[in-house]
Design a protein around this ligand. Structure first.
Ligand code: NAD
Length: 478
């Protein structure tokens, strides 16, 4: 299946062979997985013309028709889950057991939005005038430009493209340069499911800027949906202004995990560990800072470190691997720099702490981390967790909120009053209470952040509304 997408992009009527290519490199062994089409401005212009044409008819299909195609698409994703999973693991290094979960999540998200496509409806609006009848209707926003990151090569696409297609939009996707293969496979399955030509086009590119400049500069692209760094998100926010594109931004995070004095230490350590080390810590919602009450800090650190030591580093394609390589050298260097900085400021390594060759870094727990340390102020995006002690709930909440980010936060407590009080005080779009993975298998839930973590929400009805325009129609009866 993979060979069939080599050197190809999907746009302007179907699969197009592109002479210019770039290699997708496996971060585990540095081997070339596949040569991929390298699209630029020419391909973006052709894709845009095709999307405009495709949208002009796709917008008139019923939600029931779109739902039927999406259900077939979801079934094909399930049938090809193993291929998708192995592809993800090869292109960005995620352990295959996690990739399988991601393929399953992606099918679930498509199924959920397939059902929602049948429920897109407006409202009857009351009139003050006896001879008038008024209502609202929901219409697809138009041609959508989607940009996705490498860390969840399938899920980030499903969460954007499924609601966009459910709404009746035509989508042009530019996947991350590290992980274009999963994107191409998902689009191939959309075509196999009977998805109309050019409703979902994929333009892989080694350099995002030529494709992006064409699409961001054209007023016919009515919506940009982006997941990635805050830096690039802000750039796109500015570029969207001149044509006033609708915009959804899912950006960086710096999640705190607060372990209160009444926590079940073993359960909290396991939960933090899953939240922190999944995908080798390369997640926007990963716990980046752990605040543990002073009364249990030592015992909690020991339990957390024991969990960290239980991970198996190895080839992402092997079933029992639980930590794969980091995606690239720059990510490894940032992780090492954060550890070096914390240690230089007096931190103690409780477990791990070292690069182990290639792009691997041990799951690491640090104690005595100084408040000014880089890992307490920046997103680390790696398998490193600083633990900081606190003595009062007020301090824990203040420190947790003391960041430019506001994506996900976690707390562990058995006190129901505290659970509500703290969850409501945290300035975050997602709060897990005794739950390290609140968004797992939940495409029906809102996902997104406050402050510098983004604009808008994906998931649930909110993720669909992001691709719909609201029209008001008032009729005076003859
Ligand atoms: P990135 O911003 O560098 O890249 C993301 C995407 O943007 C890629 O497809 C890339 O090609 C593209 N891109 C880069 N520069 C661009 C430009 N000038 N114009 C147009 N497109 C451009 O981010 P990354 O390092 O690949 O991903 C990691 C970041 O993504 C982290 O900050 C992480 O927290 C964030 N993230 C957020 C969520 C969320 O839902 N909030 C989910 C996953 C990842």
């Amino acid at each position: 299946m993979l060979e069939s997408i080599a050197r190809q992009a999907l746009f302007a009527g179907g699969w197009q062979a592109i002479t210019k290519t770039f290699p997708v490199i496996n971060p585990y062994d540095n081997a070339v997985v596949l040569e991929v089409a390298d699209c630029g401005a020419t391909e973006a212009k052709a894709a845009l013309e095709a999307a405009v044409t495709a949208f002009s008819s796709f917008r008139h299909t019923t939600g029931f028709e779109r739902s039927a195609i999406m259900q077939k698409w979801a079934a094909l994703i399930r049938q090809n889950a193993e291929t998708l999973a192995r592809t993800m693991s090869m292109e960005m290094g995620k352990p295959v057991f996690e990739s399988r979960g991601e393929a399953n999540y992606s099918a679930t998200a498509v199924e959920w939005y397939a059902a929602e496509a049948e429920r897109i409806a407006g409202d009857i609006v009351p009139s003050r005038f006896a001879q008038k009848r008024a209502f609202s209707r929901l219409e697809p926003v138009g041609v959508v430009y989607a940009i996705t990151p490498w860390n969840f090569p399938a899920a980030m696409i499903a969460r954007k493209v499924a609601p966009a297609l459910a709404a009746g939009c035509a989508v042009i996707l530019k996947p991350a340069e590290q992980s274009p293969l999963t994107a191409l496979l998902l689009a191939k399955l959309w075509v196999e499911a009977g998805g109309p030509a050019d409703t979902f086009q994929v333009l892989p590119a080694a350099d995002p800027i030529p494709v992006s400049s064409v699409l961001m500069g054209d007023a016919r692209v009515r919506k940009i949906t982006f997941t990635g760094s805050t830096e690039v998100g802000k750039l796109l926010y500015g570029q969207a202004a001149s044509t006033l594109k609708r915009l959804s931004l899912e950006l960086g995070g710096h999640a705190p995990f607060i372990v209160f004095e009444d926590a079940d230490i073993a359960a909290a350590a396991l939960t933090v560990s899953n939240s922190k080390f999944r995908n080798a810590g390369q997640q926007c919602v990963a716990s980046n800072r752990v605040y543990a009450h002073e009364s249990l800090q030592g015992a909690f650190e020991d339990a957390f470190a024991a969990q960290a030591r239980g991970f198996k580093l190895g080839n992402p394609l092997e079933d029992d691997t639980t930590i794969g390589p980091l995606v690239d050298k720059a990510t490894l260097d940032k992780v090492q720099a954060h550890v070096n900085d914390a240690v230089a400021r007096g931190a103690r390594i409780v477990s791990g702490g070292h690069a182990t060759g290639g792009l691997f870094f041990e799951p690491t727990v640090l104690s005595n981390v100084h408040a000014d340390s880089l890992m307490l102020t920046e997103e680390t995006f790696g398998p490193v967790a600083p633990v900081v002690g606190f003595s009062s709930e007020a301090d824990a909440v203040k420190w947790a909120n003391n960041t430019e980010y506001g994506l996900a936060a976690y707390i562990w407590t058995k006190d129901i009053g505290r659970a509500f009080r703290v969850a409501e005080a945290l300035e975050y779009g997602i709060v897990g209470v005794n739950d390290g993975v609140p968004s797992a298998m939940a495409p029906q839930a809102p996902f997104g952040g406050m402050k510098n973590s983004g604009v808008g929400r994906e998931g649930g009805r909110w993720g669909l509304e992001a691709f719909l325009e609201l029209k008001y129609i008032s009729i005076t009866l003859p």
